[in-house]
Design a protein around this ligand. Structure first.
Ligand SMILES: Nc1ncnc2c1ncn2[C@@H]1O[C@H](COP(=O)(O)OP(=O)(O)OP(=O)(O)O)[C@@H](O)[C@H]1O
Ligand SMILES: [Mg+2]
Length: 302
């Protein structure tokens, strides 16, 4: 077995009397994308701040890129970059100037910094934006620059705290592409998200965090499989879902579900059978309704 890029064992964290992380165990393979999926207040940011050495856990051990948090926090800091909601970008400078400044701060010479900035601008298709002051950027462009800035020194491990929250579909897709490109080049990425779709599309493995506890962990397919068999759904004449019934996939269960939905006598309704989604898994695992997840989606596009 290769040495994990990130290993977390028994991490606890409380603020006053409130337990925020209650025994977290995680193992992230090098070069993989790992998603920490959870609702508001689950403890995602708290775990990221611990892994990035900004906050001490009350108990447990953490190693990142082979460095132990308790004895070598400096080593971790050198091996990571963190992009959060409030990345340090200077709005007065252009995108390119920000990249060059970050390169200088990371120890590159002036000439190397110029080369590094040009390379990143090219790789991430930022040519137009690079000449403009960051203060004039849209949210999506700003987020792309944030991510690019975190790559100036190409650290082996990157933490992204809700990298696409509030972005439109197109910007989100661009960011996903950037993240996948990084993973292909061997960078390990731990990201947090409230979006089931993001975890589903992007992550090799997903841990579902709820109230400070990891309630499930696996690939998207494994999490979906935990929910059981097919879901039977009833749609009305406009195609809107009226009711969904999870089943264990057996013929008897499917027949019972279909009968139950048929008995609702929805005019011009139609009944379909589908595989469980990550949304169904999330509902089953956290007890949080899928409508809440849909609300979060709506919130984000506003
Ligand atoms: N510095 C702090 N002092 C006191 N309580 C805190 C602190 N930081 C976080 N908390 C509490 O810990 C819990 C988890 O917060 P955290 O920010 O880690 O959640 P999250 O999963 O990142 O949520 P969100 O999706 O809203 O970003 C919350 O109840 C929060 O109020
Ligand atoms: Mg958070």
């Amino acid at each position: 077995m290769t040495e994990p890029a990130i290993e977390v064992t028994g991490v606890h964290k409380a603020y006053g009397t409130q337990t925020v992380l209650d025994g977290i165990d995680l193992r992230v393979e090098p070069g993989s994308v790992f998603a920490l999926l959870g609702p508001n207040g689950a403890g995602k940011t708290t775990l990221i701040t611990i892994l990035s050495t900004l906050v001490q856990p009350d108990a447990g051990t953490v190693t990142v890129a082979g460095h132990d948090l308790a004895t070598d926090a400096d080593g971790i800091r050198r091996a990571i970059s963190v992009t959060g909601q409030a990345a340090a970008v200077d709005g007065v400078l252009t995108g390119e100037e920000n990249l060059r400044m970050m390169a200088r701060l990371s120890g590159f010479s002036a000439a190397e910094s110029q080369r590094r900035a040009a390379e990143l601008i090219d790789r991430f298709d930022l040519a137009d934006a690079a000449r403009k002051r960051v203060a004039t950027y849209s949210g999506g462009m700003r987020r792309r620059l944030d991510l690019t800035l975190s790559l100036v020194a190409t650290p082996p491990v990157i933490f992204l705290d809700e990298p696409t929250t509030g972005l439109d579909t197109r910007s989100r897709q661009t960011l996903w592409d950037m993240i996948q490109e990084l993973a292909r080049r061997g960078t390990t990425i731990l990201l947090t998200t409230q979006y089931l779709e993001e975890a589903d599309q992007l992550a090799d493995r997903i841990a579902v965090l709820d109230h400070g506890v990891i309630v499930a962990e696996g690939t998207a397919a494994e999490l979906k499989a935990q929910v059981g068999g097919e879901v039977v759904e009833l749609r009305d004449a406009r195609g809107e879902i009226v009711r969904e019934l999870p089943t264990d996939g057996s013929v008897d269960a499917l027949r019972t579900a279909i009968d139950e939905l048929d008995a609702l006598r929805v005019p011009d309704g139609s009944i379909g059978i589908r595989k469980p989604s990550l949304d169904d898994a999330f509902l089953a695992l956290t007890g949080q309704s899928s409508s809440t997840a849909a609300e979060i989606e709506k919130e984000a596009v506003r």
